[in-house]
Design a protein around this ligand. Structure first.
Ligand code: ADP
Length: 218
């Protein structure tokens, strides 16, 4: 297997920049599921579960999944996932799943402001992180999660994803440039929506979109 170590134009949602120093595991896969556009969100959960399971299996640590598209270790983001799909006439032609894992480089190589919320496997685990086994196991797990999703068994993927979702039951803040919403993260439902209980006691459903979630005191 050959791994390209360098990624020059990594991006996150809303074209936010994804910092990709040498030593990270940056890869994309293209899938062609017969999905309705709204169903492609499931693949973000399938991919983050695959990454969490691979890290747990290889390093005997418990990573955390953060709604909707991140994997954290020790409360710091070590992986980001992006799904971009091509849709014509309401039909999904393809979905590209981009997976970026901060693997074998020191967290000190991330820009200073990011280091509060992000880190790398090498720094958190204090060990050398081999890219090949991590890639292999992530792909193996992803294939399993993808098959379950295609077989209409996404509920099993989501249940497993939730077993890593340490933010559930905690106060969270959701924000983008225009909006901000606070509450207790109550659940993630079958369509990927996050249910939060606001301070006024109302339940709000947040669809997967451009809102970023921060976990902590509200
Ligand atoms: P968010 O995680 O804030 O919801 P995205 O999923 O779009 O947003 O991810 C992009 C964001 O991730 C960037 O705006 C930046 O804050 C952060 N980021 C960029 N590069 C890295 C990296 N290598 N590791 C961890 N976080 C990163």
């Amino acid at each position: 297997m050959t791994i390209a170590e360098i990624q020059t134009h990594g991006h996150g949602r809303q074209n936010r920049k994804w910092i990709s120093p040498k030593g990270g595991l940056w890869f994309s896969i293209i899938l062609k599921p017969r999905f309705k556009p709204a169903e492609t969100t499931r693949l973000v959960f399938a991919a983050s579960l695959a990454v969490a399971e691979a890290i747990e299996t290889l390093y005997r640590v418990k990573p955390e999944t953060k709604w909707p598209n991140d994997v954290l270790l020790h409360n710091k983001k070590v992986c980001g996932i992006l799904a971009e799909s091509g849709v014509t006439n309401g039909k999904v032609n393809y979905v590209i799943i981009g997976i970026g894992i901060n693997a074998e480089f020191a967290a000190a190589r991330l820009p200073e402001p990011l280091r509060k919320s992000a880190s790398t496997l090498r720094t958190e685990l204090r060990t050398h992180v081999a890219l090949e086994p991590l890639l292999e196991l992530t792909l193996e797990r992803l294939e399993r999660c993808y098959d379950l999703t295609l077989q209409r068994k996404f509920g099993r993927v989501l249940t497993a994803w939730k077993s890593y979702a340490s933010f559930l039951g905690k106060p969270v803040e959701l924000s983008n440039k225009h909006d901000k919403l606070c509450g207790i993260a109550e659940n993630v439902e079958g369509d990927g929506s996050l249910i939060i209980l606001t301070q006024k006691g109302c339940k709000e459903r947040i669809r997967v979109g451009d809102l970023s979630m921060r976990v902590g005191a509200v």
